[in-house]
Write a protein that binds this ligand. Structure first.
Ligand SMILES: [Zn+2]
Ligand SMILES: [Zn+2]
Length: 274
């Protein structure tokens, strides 16, 4: 199944010598491959020592997000919020957007700011089949998720519609979710949430249009409901722009019985706010 990134495997038992032999062959193949196709930086394509890494230049240009953050959407504050101005306690502040119209998810966190440095990284992962970036991304996302991953009962990727899945061959959110779930020792449940409508790309839409665009786009199949009842879900996606997609997913999951829905993404747009 392409969405799970795992090819079907034959169940026939194999002789230990054959298994050991194939490991040697794999190591040799890897060395030949490295010589022919030296490992390249995940972002700029320049040479690096090991596959799945960034060069020093790209690494230092990335903006990893850390506290102080909006306790709900994870928006990074430039300075510690002051009590009475949206912040009751340090680290317990809500950003203006969350106070104005709270998202349907409980908490969201992002590893990186989505900016000129991280954009090529995300786009290569999404469209250019650089799936070798998934292990590194999952480690960064585990760091960003922290207690959100520790406290969840199951990890669910934001689904792609079947048609888009066929065109792109893999769901980038499911690749990240599978890795992250393994790192956290949590079950990965990619079939709990489905996209029943192919929504036009959110790319150039306004905040309002994005919300309308994804309203009613997601569904929980009846067979998956028992698994959701009273559970804490961690949603996974690659990019958070306005949060409209994550909110639509969270609303659907909660209506189907989820106790809470948190979200973690690889990168989020950070627009300057008044
Ligand atoms: Zn680079
Ligand atoms: Zn917020």
């Amino acid at each position: 199944m392409t969405s799970l990134g795992r090819p079907a495997r034959s169940a026939a038992p194999r002789h230990p010598v054959v298994v050991a032999g194939s490991a040697v062959v794999r190591r040799l193949a890897r060395r030949v491959l490295d010589a022919l196709l030296p490992p390249r930086c995940l972002a700029c394509g320049g040479g690096v020592d090991e596959p799945g890494r960034l060069c020093a230049g790209c690494w230092s240009s990335l903006r990893f997000l850390s506290a102080p953050l909006c306790r709900q959407c994870g928006y990074p504050f430039e300075v510690e919020p002051v009590a009475g101005q949206g912040g009751d306690l340090l680290g317990e502040a809500l950003c203006a957007a969350c106070r104005r119209s709270p998202p349907a998810f409980d908490r969201a966190r992002a590893a990186l700011a989505y900016d000129a440095a991280s954009k090529p990284l995300v786009l290569r992962f999404k469209h250019a089949d650089r799936t070798d970036a998934a292990p590194a991304f999952a480690l960064w996302m585990r760091q960003a998720a922290g207690e959100l991953l520790r406290e969840c009962d199951l990890v669910v990727p934001v689904p792609l519609h079947r048609r888009r899945l066929l065109r792109r061959r893999y769901n980038q959110a499911a690749l990240l979710a599978a890795r992250l779930a393994r790192l956290g020792g949590k079950p990965h449940r990619p079939l709990v949430l489905q996209r029943r409508r192919a929504t036009p790309s959110q790319g150039r839409l306004s905040r309002r249009r994005r919300r309308l665009n994804v309203a009613g786009a997601f569904a929980v199949p009846p067979a998956a409901r028992p698994e959701l009842k009273g559970r804490r879900v961690l949603l996974v996606d690659d990019v958070l722009t306005t949060g409209a997609t994550l909110s639509a997913c969270a609303r659907t999951l909660k209506r189907a019985g989820a106790a809470s829905v948190d979200a973690v993404v690889l990168a989020r747009v950070v627009r300057a706010r008044p």
